[in-house]
Design a protein around this ligand. Structure first.
Ligand code: AMP
Length: 543
């Protein structure tokens, strides 16, 4: 049975599988392209169109078209309504996944079931879980969600000779997200050293700058007209802006004609002009890169054997040039549009092999290497190499508990009014599995007989103890504590397993009272997932 890797991108998506020769190949879509725009057009209550045709429909029916849904995945308040039916971002993503699966089925002639879906390395638990649910809603069996740079590194590794320990810096600038990740390759092992990023920074922001430039250029010449208020005109401009940007990666200058309300304006945009217009965006990626290099240095990695450019936006010449000027790095394009899906396809196969061999009762209880090899149509040696492969990642962001600030002057008189903050127990980039060991906290009031353990996750790109810079992701109660004066100690331990599941253990040593809980991720409940699954299944999806 074939397994698939899916790069569910902000602007473009792609599906790949490993063919009988052991090579990762991309399945083409209905119009023969390797990547499909992540755009969904709700044509009617029964049918949706995904991809290029949907993107083109945005001009005529902007209210029925959804773009950049990945930016909202995992946000419960981002539902959208079409033809009287409301959809969570997970369901809209599921429709994209269905179209990709359909394309792959046409390519391989086999139904698509087992998949690995990639996410930006910087995605938190909530977004990872929402991505997994999107797969479920699409009727797929999600073997795992994998960090995009790790997928790119797996693809790189498959193409290069084994050369001992190597360190890679992956600079991934996609349509909507940016990540930098340092990866250590050692034999078959892939280990993330550290990762950083901004998931609201990508090609779409470059496009917006160009749209503004063109609109301003138009109104400079016709101040009495307001083309910016015309949704159709702006949608049209968005397509042209992206096109202009891509063309300026290979040419120095382009002209663009705009017609609105009978008036025509022609504007020229040069590559230098574009770089100036968007310098602040590129600068943000460089700051994050600098931070990543510094974190890697703290962890003992001082040089990179290769710098991989992933994501379509890295075709902009300014990226490689600035990395060279700023950090002396020789970066090279590494199959920027397809590397992630291909690496995910390789990983999906590894996961299938492991699941087959591990069986229900842990390693060794499942099928033999020969059985798995026969089933997947690969050699026994390949199965054994894959089963031995280790892919290890890091805690993507800091996690902590909400506590009351004992340093706040109000604390001594009125602790309920003291400042609340997040005390991080797990810091970003700790290797997984991660165990904090017992950390001591104290009760706040006299005779406090219970403590709510509120777990918060770092929200921005830099850890901060301000509540507003963190997201509340779950809680548990430590109850029936012995009645003691304020300041009685209790212990809390955080444990994160290799797939990012966070387990929390609270304990009061004197009484032995304890609480254990796994973070029940917010987002869609099981019943909602089931409901969304049947709602999505009812649609006829086409490209
Ligand atoms: P991805 O999410 O990796 O598919 O990245 C897609 C982004 O890369 C979109 O914003 C595209 O507009 C952009 N892109 C694709 N090709 C080019 C190019 N030749 N020059 C500049 N940007 C590009």
């Amino acid at each position: 049975m074939t397994t698939y890797g899916i790069d569910l991108g902000t602007t473009y998506s792609c599906i790949a599988y490993v063919d009988e020769t052991g090579r990762a190949v991309v399945a083409k879509n209905a119009v023969g392209e390797e990547t499909t725009p992540s755009v969904v057009y709700f044509e009617s209550g029964q049918s949706v169109v995904v991809g290029r045709a949907a993107k083109n429909s945005a001009m005529l029916n902007p209210d029925l078209v959804v773009e950049l849904i990945k930016r909202q995945i995992g946000q419960g308040d981002a539902r959208r309504e079409f033809h009287g039916e409301s959809h969570a971002p997970e369901s809209i993503s599921a429709l994209i996944l269905r179209e990709l699966a359909r394309n792959a089925e046409e390519d391989t002639g086999e139904p698509v079931k087992d998949v690995v879906i990639t996410v930006p390395a910087y995605f938190g638990v909530l977004e990872r879980d929402a991505t997994r649910k999107a797969g479920q809603i699409a009727g797929l069996n999600v073997l795992d969600v994998l960090a995009e740079p790790v997928a790119a590194a797996l693809h790189y590794e498959a193409l290069t000779e084994d050369a001992g320990v190597r360190h890679l810096l992956v600079y991934d600038l996609g349509g909507g997200t940016f990540d930098t990740t340092v990866i250590r390759l050692d034999g078959g092992d892939v280990q993330v050293v550290c990762t950083d990023g901004d998931h609201h920074l990508g090609g779409a922001d470059w496009d917006s700058k160009i749209i503004d430039y063109l609109l301003n250029g138009f109104t400079d010449q016709h101040s009495d007209l307001d083309p910016g208020g015309d949704e159709q005109f702006v949608q049209d401009l968005a397509i042209s802006a992206e096109q202009l940007k891509k063309e300026l990666s290979s040419t120095q200058s382009r002209r663009h004609n705009m017609r609105f309300d009978g008036s025509v304006v022609q504007l020229e945009l040069t590559r230098d002009g574009l770089e100036e217009l968007t310098s602040e965006l590129l600068e943000r990626t460089m700051e994050i890169t600098e931070r990543t290099i510094a974190t890697a240095r703290d962890k003992g990695v001082t040089r990179f054997d290769d710098v991989l450019l992933v994501g379509g936006m890295t075709r902009t010449p300014a990226v490689a040039r600035t990395l060279k000027e700023r950090f002396g790095l020789d970066a090279r394009l590494h199959d920027p549009d397809l590397a992630v899906a291909k690496g995910a396809a390789l990983f999906a196969l590894v996961q299938r092999v492991k699941i087959g061999m591990d069986g229900e009762d842990g390693p060794g209880s499942g099928e033999t290497a020969q059985d798995v090899a026969d089933q997947l149509g690969i050699s026994v040696e390949q199965v054994e190499t894959m089963a031995a492969k280790r892919v290890a990642t890091v805690v993507p962001r800091a996690f902590g508990l909400k506590v009351v600030d004992s340093k706040d002057p109000v604390f001594t008189t009125d602790p309920d009014r003291a400042r609340e903050l997040v005390a991080h127990l797990l810091t970003a980039n700790t290797e997984l599995p991660a165990d904090t060991g017992p950390q001591t906290f104290y009760t706040v009031t006299d005779n406090q007989n219970s403590v709510r353990l509120e777990v918060w996750e770092q929200a921005g790109s830099v850890a901060s103890d301000e509540l507003a810079h963190n997201t509340h992701i779950g809680d548990g109660m430590l109850t029936d504590l012995p009645l003691r004066p304020a300041g009685a100690p209790f212990e809390v331990t955080f444990f994160m397993n290799p797939t990012g599941l966070l387990k929390v253990h609270g304990r009061e040593a004197g009484s032995g009272r304890e609480v254990r809980f796994e973070i029940q991720i917010g987002g869609l409940e099981e019943a909602e997932v089931r409901e969304a699954t049947s709602a999505v299944a009812r649609y006829e999806v086409s490209g």
